[in-house]
Write a protein that binds this ligand. Structure first.
Ligand code: NAD
Length: 324
């Protein structure tokens, strides 16, 4: 042993803590990974990333046809199945079919979600209920169904996809923010309950990402839109070397930790500086119309939706929104 790394020496302590902070990677090869809402967007990018590492992937989605078509393009064993995360029976059927086809579930990624972008008082109640049902109840149901088997086998990993909107207030999408804060809180609590069971729990907070969900929105000053592949890479990393909080990009972690300890006025000033209080103030409703129609009904509209009935120059609406 090198003299500087002897136990008790400063270098020795640092070497031990370095070894402790970097556990060896657990390969994904052969692990069974189920991803909700995996037919497109971030879910599909995560499915591709874990499949490329040798995982056996099952994607469940309201759009069963698209899920099957995308699963057929993945390398190795994969399944594309019908799933409505708001229906516990449908969720159970999805997980049962996954295990029948691919084997015992190692990983569940609770990813399915929708985002309603409207000032709080303008969002229809039925739509915000649907948002809560998918974004929060879907995650609760997924954990209820997947955790017992994982606990019995004393192995498994659940990853809940929240958002930066789970850590900050975002005007213009208040109920979405509420659901994502709820997913963060839920994950914090269940994580502690899982201690000593052999089952891992993570919560992921991506920033505004380049998917249909973010269409018509734009990032603020110095804020880069996240590419779905970055989220896929972050998932692979978190599954190979489990940790609780995952920020995408990782640099968001420091910024959000700093913001959390600042007094309210300083936090507001920081938001103004980074223009995070304006990131989606200019929502292009025309560009967002197809997504909004799909989010409210569950399936893409058969015909392109009619543009909103406003004067062309008024189609860019001022709505204060921060990054997801
Ligand atoms: P997306 O709209 O591109 O894809 C979401 C998928 O979920 C769709 O294929 C849709 O059919 C499916 N889905 C919707 N409702 C469902 C249900 N009831 N049951 C099963 N599947 C359902 O959206 P995305 O951007 O890929 O978002 C995925 C997740 O990432 C969401 O939870 C979202 O809140 C979160 N997120 C997105 C961003 C972003 O900017 N895109 C940022 C942070 C977090």
């Amino acid at each position: 042993m090198a003299r500087s790394q002897r136990p008790g020496s400063l270098m020795g302590v640092m070497a031990i803590s370095r070894r402790r902070s970097k556990p060896p990677r657990r390969p994904l090869t052969g692990r069974v990974v189920a991803i909700t809402g995996g037919a497109r967007g971030l879910g599909l990018a995560m499915a591709r990333a874990v499949a490329a590492r040798g995982a056996r992937v099952s994607i469940g989605d309201l759009d069963a046809e698209l899920a099957a078509a995308e699963a057929a393009k993945l390398p190795g064993d994969a399944a594309g199945l019908e799933l409505d995360v708001t229906d516990p029976d449908s969720f159970k059927r999805f997980l049962d079919a996954t295990e029948e086809r691919l084997g015992p579930l190692d990983v569940l990624v609770n990813n399915a979600g929708i985002m309603v972008v409207l000032p709080f008082l303008e969002a229809e109640e039925s739509l915000t209920r649907r948002e809560i049902d998918i974004n929060l109840h879907g995650v609760i149901t997924g954990m209820r169904l997947a955790l017992p088997g994982m606990q019995r086998r004393r192995t498994g990993h659940v990853v809940n996809i929240a958002s930066v909107a789970g850590k900050v207030g975002v005007p213009g999408e208040a109920v979405y923010v509420a659901t994502k804060h709820a997913v963060v809180g839920l994950s914090e609590a269940v994580r502690v309950e899982l201690r000593g069971t052999g089952v891992e729990l993570s919560v992921m907070m991506p920033g505004l990402a380049n998917t249909e969900l973010a269409s018509g929105m734009s990032a603020g000053r110095g804020v880069k839109i996240v590419e779905p592949q970055e989220v896929g890479t972050a998932l692979v990393d978190a599954l190979e070397r489990p940790r609780f909080e995952i920020y995408v990009p990782a640099s968001l972690s420091g910024l959000l930790r700093l913001a959390a300890v600042l007094p309210r006025a300083a936090r507001d000033a920081m938001n103004r500086f980074f223009q995070t209080d304006q990131i989606a103030t200019k929502v292009d409703k025309t560009a967002r119309a197809a997504y909004a129609a799909r989010a409210s009904s569950g399936m893409p509209p058969a015909e392109p939706p009619a543009p909103p009935s406003v004067e062309p120059e008024a189609q860019v609406t001022e709505v204060e929104v921060q990054p997801r």
